[in-house]
Design a protein around this ligand. Structure first.
Ligand code: BGC
Length: 464
């Protein structure tokens, strides 16, 4: 990749606005985390009010994931056509409507529709928020700013655990679903006042507006160098508007493989078996008390948040590749140990805690690697003209794999037992490491235009 140019020598005087923009956009991640996490508590009480078949319950739980896959695919494309900001405003409305429908549901059918609508919102947000933040961030801070999205996801999951716990006594599942309307409203209102991505505006021929937005975001009118780089990037990209068929152009293939590969590996290495089923795993490891299991689950949520913050601190300093490879190596080891802890016959209390500790270190390893870095890379490795469509495609693969793992986990536990199940995820983690080592490029400190140029260069190498 080319080295950085003079652009870095004139740092923008005021970055407050870009921080605000990134934080508001990241609320889309908070809703993603909250709405995927909340169901584990809410589902316990649904059967008090409805007669639910197992199938209906499965659809309520996993319909969100299917809706999210569709939303990511659709949202990515729509954000390329109509703009990131407009799409995010619509996303907030969808989150709000879905949350209200679930909270007020008078029948199973409405509940199912509400959950699928919420799923659409999650998918739309996952296909657009990272790209929006990536496009408004300066190159040297893009890593941690896009990772705000992952941080918000982890906070959302933790918030869902807390709300579920708080409303469990009154069996308040309607509150659990309905409270999501609050962050949805803040997210939507925030996006109304935030600017459109200057890169998207420029790609759609609105150069003057793009310049004005860039000046507003950077807090200075001295944006000529950056603006020139954006426009040159668009010219090099042979025309501004992207068609869907551009997604399958041979020049895009390596980037497409990286995005889809990481999307699948992020899920098949088992993160959501721990996020969704932690109490069950903990109890089956030998800690039988419910309060012990809940405490350990909350601990896992906290570790996830804290280690994501550590990753944000490191990501623009160390770079993406070292973090990714270190974290995945940690996942391989901890999945091995977790399987082993279950394997030892006649488990003692100490071994049960070994299982809990390895789960925590496993989550910590994910939180510094595949968690934030997947969402970051897919927001930065694609060319501007089809950036959101390609990001949405990767996100849709992520949701599809999430659905597959969630639907098969309990069956795998029954068929192969916990040891072999976790070792299977461990084998996928080894494959993820090898894949990342050979395929994932370093993007630290490069502008999006430099990254775009990199994929086009014939002499591409994989720098570590
Ligand atoms: C993943 C989610 C997961 C979450 C856990 C995200 O990056 O896409 O599937 O639940 O991380 O923190």
């Amino acid at each position: 990749m080319p080295t950085q140019n003079a652009r870095v020598q004139s740092p923008p005087p005021n970055r407050a606005f870009i921080y605000i923009a990134a934080i508001f956009a990241a609320l889309g991640g908070l809703l993603f985390g909250y709405d995927t996490g909340v169901i584990s508590g809410a589902e316990l009480f649904l059967k008090n009010d409805f007669t639910l078949t197992t199938f209906a319950l499965e659809v309520i739980v996993s319909g969100v994931l299917a809706g999210a896959a569709a939303g990511a695919l659709l949202g990515g494309r729509l954000a390329d056509l109509f703009g990131r900001r407009r799409l995010l405003i619509v996303t907030a409305i969808i989150f709000g409507l879905g949350g209200l429908a679930c909270a007020a549901a008078a029948s199973t059918a409405i509940l199912i529709v509400g959950r699928i609508v919420v799923g659409l919102g999650i998918g739309l947000s996952s296909g657009t928020v990272p790209v929006y933040i990536s496009e408004v961030s300066p190159a040297d801070a893009r890593g941690w700013q896009v990772s705000l999205f992952q941080l918000a996801i982890t906070v959302g999951i933790l918030l869902a655990y807390v709300v579920d716990y708080a409303f469990a006594a009154i069996q308040g599942w309607r509150w659990m679903f309905g409270l999501a309307v609050v962050p949805a409203a803040i997210f939507g209102l925030g996006m109304v006042f935030l600017p459109e991505s200057p890169r998207w505006l420029a790609a759609h021929g609105q150069i003057d507006r793009a310049r004005a937005m860039l000046a507003r975001i950077r807090g200075t009118s001295d944006v000529d160098i950056e603006m020139r780089e954006i426009v040159e990037g668009i010219e090099r990209g042979q025309g501004p508007r992207g068609r869907l068929s551009d997604l399958f152009a041979p020049s895009l293939r390596p980037a497409l493989i990286v995005g889809i590969g990481l999307a699948v590996f992020q899920q098949v290495t088992g993160i959501n078996t721990v996020i969704y089923y932690a109490p069950l795993i903990i109890q089956s490891s030998g800690i039988s008390s419910a309060s012990g299991a809940i405490l350990a689950t909350a601990g896992i949520g906290v570790v996830n948040v804290l280690m994501t913050i550590v990753a944000m601190w490191l990501i623009d300093r160390m770079g993406r590749r070292p973090l990714l490879l270190t974290g995945i190596a940690g996942m391989v080891i901890t999945l091995g140990v977790l399987g082993l802890a279950f394997h030892m016959a006649g488990r003692t209390g100490a071994l049960a805690w070994l299982a809990v500790v390895s789960m925590m270190v496993y989550v910590a390893s994910f939180a510094i690697s595949l968690g934030p870095i997947f969402w970051l890379l897919i927001s930065e490795i694609y060319p501007l003209k089809i950036r959101s469509s390609a990001e949405g495609l990767a996100a849709a693969f992520n949701w599809g794999s999430n659905l597959l793992v969630s639907l098969t986990f309990l069956t795998l536990l029954q068929m192969m037992g916990p040891t072999r199940t976790f070792w299977l995820y461990g084998a996928f983690a080894i494959a993820a490491w090898v894949f990342s080592y050979y395929q994932v490029p370093e993007t630290k400190g490069r502008t999006l235009e430099e990254i775009e140029q990199f994929w086009r260069s014939e002499t591409r190498q994989q720098p570590l």
